[in-house]
Design a protein around this ligand. Sequence first.
Ligand code: MLT
Length: 314
Amino acid sequence: LNKENLNILITDPVADVMLNTLKEKGFHVDYQPEISKEELMKVIENYDIIIVRSRTKVTRDIIERGKRLKIIARAGIGLDNIDTDAAQERGIKLVYAPGASTDSAVELTIGLMIAGARKMYTSMTLAKSGIFKKIEGLELAGKTLGIIGFGRIGTKVGIIAKAMGMKVLAYDIMDIKDRATQLGIIPVTLEELLKQSDVISLHVTVGKNAKPILDEKAFEIMKDNVIIVNTSRAVAVDGQALLKYIKSGKVYAYAADVLWHEPPKEEWELELLKHERVTITTHIGAQTKEAQYRVAVTTTENLLNAIKELGVQF
Ligand code: MLT
């Protein structure tokens, strides 16, 4: 195997630095950031490496059709759009960029938390239509924030929330006791977190067949007027249960960067989107100039190492 016959396909928008570095190293790279699933199915057999973000779904059928595939690179954190089992069965290497977009995701989370608490969407919509009316919201200082998923992003959100005067609880499937306690954050069970939090923020990774963490039962035990923030993955929340509790008023606000389908397609999803106490951004957590630069650099570095491991000289 040599670099002249190693074909690379990029199927989602990535920062220029990635394409430029790979080309400088002499690799053959095709950039098709809007390729459809049908087109991808047609061309995947020509490529050894595919580089994706969250839009492209690297499903089992794509992997099976991609007879030459040796590496799948994810320019980002989540691997939920990649059938990792299918990749593993074929011995395909996976590379990604954990940590590269943390700060941008944290900043958007704090922004959405405030947007939900202050009904900023409603207030902004009024202002833009020329209606100047005061909209009452909730203050975050003194409230309890429950963080589900105490990894890189969840931890930073907790530190900032503490500086804002919030009491912070955290739950994770890993043992976070010492790390949380050292930061003045209280490690709790999921049930305790659901019962005590005024604001719940999700920072989880999800697998292929993941069940929602915030399901009907979880909504039942939450406090009234709870604000839910989600900058991780929509499937962590049962959307139909959420719609029910937003409508009943139990959920004060849902502020999220992710949808169950991007773009949305289910009827309940569209109804939820239209609700005035639901604030949704278009999966922009990592979409800053700085984060995308770091994601591209880290993914490229990890990819080049993986290419070396294949024995390819460059
Ligand atoms: C990620 O997992 O890194 C996010 O989904 C960001 C993205 O790919 O835009």
